[in-house]
Ligand binder design. Structure first.
Ligand SMILES: [Zn+2]
Length: 253
């Protein structure tokens, strides 16, 4: 799947592989329709390089992101390598809060999908009434809207509200997911996005039927028993990368 590291100084094999995985992820988000003009971010720590992160070049659509045009930055958003592209510092502030304070926040994803934003607008948030909501029930944090996330002083409240959860509904705003690997963060976000989509489809049809606590316990227990090939989330993520490849393989370069 990977291609050779381009002839350029300063890119380790580990960084190139992270660049390709992240570029593929931007294309997967595009494929799923999880895009918002040139906004939103998926950020990834550069392995074996303390304090270095990869982010999308500001100004490009997710469908235009490639391994090479991703921008390497430090935790404050300063560029660590030559790039003609800038980064959306306003957007990175929120991701930096998690990368800075949580050792396991290897990858952070944030979306403004219609379904995710719609559920984020509800006083009661996600209804635990569908299969996917049941799968992630108890794993979702909420954070009240404080305006566009550009201020560092919001970080302590983001971290406090997240607690030990790794999915967050940003009230009035959108969805957030993170994980120790990109496929894990992706799979978490996918379940939350699907849960929101189903809620948006089912809520106008009538009263939602909440899943009883004892059924949730069984659902989550048995879910954990499902054995898939490879590391968690990889089979699902790689399947979507193969779909993306049928459209355009340009993300590799
Ligand atoms: Zn946002």
């Amino acid at each position: 799947m990977a291609t050779a590291i381009p002839e350029r100084a300063g890119i380790s094999e580990a960084e190139w592989s992270a660049r390709q995985q992240l570029a593929a992820c931007y294309r997967v988000f595009d494929h799923l329709g999880w895009t918002e003009l040139i906004f939103n971010h998926i950020t990834l720590r550069v392995p074996e390089e303390e304090g270095a992160f990869l982010i999308n070049p500001f100004g490009l659509h997710f469908s235009e992101v490639t391994a090479s045009n991703l921008v390497k930055i430090d935790i404050d958003g300063n560029k660590l390598s030559d790039s003609p592209w800038g980064v959306n510092l306003a957007g990175f502030v929120q991701h930096a809060a998690f990368h800075r304070h949580l050792p396991d926040a290897h990858c952070v994803m944030h979306t403004h999908t219609t379904a995710g934003m719609a559920v984020a607008c509800l006083e009661d948030g996600l209804s635990i009434s569908n299969f996917y909501a049941g799968q992630i029930a108890g794993q979702i944090a909420y954070h009240d809207f404080e305006g566009i996330t550009v201020r560092d002083d919001e970080a302590p409240r983001l971290i406090a509200n997240l607690g030990d959860k790794r999915l967050m509904i940003l009230r009035n705003h959108g969805l957030l997911s993170m994980g120790p690997t990109l496929p894990i963060a992706f799979l978490r976000l996918w379940a939350l996005e699907r849960a929101c989509q189903i809620q948006v489809a089912s809520a106008p049809m009538g009263r939602l039927r909440e899943i009883p606590a004892e059924v949730l316990a069984v659902h989550q227990r048995d879910q954990a028993k499902l054995v898939r090939p490879g590391m968690p989330g990889e089979a699902e993520f790689n399947a979507l990368v193969r779909l993306v490849d049928r459209k355009d393989r340009g993300w590799r370069d």
